[in-house]
Design a protein around this ligand. Structure first.
Ligand code: UDP
Length: 330
């Protein structure tokens, strides 16, 4: 089948493009390259440069490419920045998604798979978190994702648009082989920062708080490998194309948490040297634990993550960063 991958030149998008092709699908990418990289794509994948804020460009792409389904990754994704520049986030993430939805229902009404986030839950007492937990995002970023989920559902009810929403927990790692990986313009993620510290690009690791109500006092997160996450998109697309699960929302995680300390210990082991660590105050907005109840995607779609060992996940991230210390600039 032919898929239009919107935002396919980014971190998760570019891994998903590869997994979709490995599953035998034809892929065309639509991306404005604001944070993605053309170099992250195989050279034989067509790249249409376009912006969802320009309704004509996405409409033309749908009309000319005639995809069987659309996978939508295009978004601004930084929590802190979203609080400082809410207008930009609402415009880009919500208006951009609205333009995409309208273009889909006006042209081909093909199924849509949407990248959402565990940030739609906000702080919750639920451990692990099921999909029907209360939705109380604490950032503009999380709000924009929740608003888009709701728009998609409304288009499903009104126009019969089939969809799958995937709520990602903490995505990490890189495709084994080290040729693509995480390369966001501004770096905030724990494993990426630790790898850059190991490369000497940063002086030390800051541990944001060790007085949380968790076993070692540092925050627990559910880390899912980017390649497994990419496979979740393949499963979602194929279910929709087979006429199954036409309005579904799934958590994507492994259902178990690792603490900041455990992650940094794993990085030390993988890089072979202890990184300097310093205790810092809690980071605003960090819930103590975010762990997915991932049973729904396992039972509905047969999600079966291959990367279950933290060290193995970190190893793939480290292989990417040490071979590409300047990301796609190398
Ligand atoms: N964290 C940390 N030091 C850092 C970056 C992150 O202690 O330099 C912690 C952060 O407070 C959170 C966890 O690591 O508890 C994961 O943070 P990350 O930004 O990777 O992902 P998030 O959970 O915010 O999506």
């Amino acid at each position: 089948m032919k898929l239009l991958v919107v935002g396919g030149a980014g971190y998760i998008g570019s891994h998903t493009v590869r997994q979709l092709r490995a599953a035998g699908h034809e892929v065309v990418v639509f991306d404005n390259l604001s944070s993605g990289h053309a170099a992250a794509l195989p050279t034989d994948v067509p790249l249409l440069r376009g912006d969802l804020l320009d309704p004509d460009s996405i409409r033309t792409a749908l009309e000319s490419q005639r995809p069987d389904a659309v996978v939508h990754f295009a978004a601004l994704i930084e929590v802190g920045e979203s609080m400082r520049a809410p207008g930009r986030y609402y415009r880009n993430n919500v208006t951009g998604s609205l333009n995409l939805l309208q273009a889909i229902v006006d042209t081909r009404k093909v199924p849509l798979v949407f990248s959402s986030t565990a940030a739609v839950y906000g702080t919750t007492d639920a451990v692990p978190i099921p999909e029907d937990a209360p939705l109380r995002p604490e950032s503009v970023y999380g709000e924009t994702k929740l608003m888009t989920e709701r728009m998609i559902h409304a288009f499903h009810v009104a126009h019969g648009l089939p969809y799958t929403v995937l709520r990602y927990f903490n995505v990490c790692g890189a495709a084994p082989g080290g040729h693509i990986g995480e390369a966001h313009p501004s770096k905030t993620h724990l494993i990426e920062l630790a790898c850059l510290t190991a490369l000497g690009q940063r002086e030390k690791m800051m541990v944001f708080g060790n007085d949380y109500p968790t076993p070692d006092g540092t925050c627990l997160r559910d880390y899912v490998h980017v390649q497994d996450l990419a496979d979740a998109h393949v499963l979602a697309v194929e279910a929709l194309l087979a006429g199954r699960m036409m309005a579904a929302t799934y958590n994507v995680g492994l259902g178990r948490g690792f603490s900041v300390q455990e992650v940094l210990d794993a990085v030390d082991e993988v890089v072979g040297t202890p990184l300097p660590r310093e205790l810092a105050p809690r980071r605003a907005g960090d819930p103590p634990r975010l762990v997915a109840d991932a049973s729904r995607i396992v039972s509905d779609l047969g999600f079966a993550p291959q990367f279950t060992d933290l060290r193995q996940m970190v190893q793939t991230a480290w292989d990417w960063h040490r071979h590409h210390p300047n990301g796609f600039q190398d």
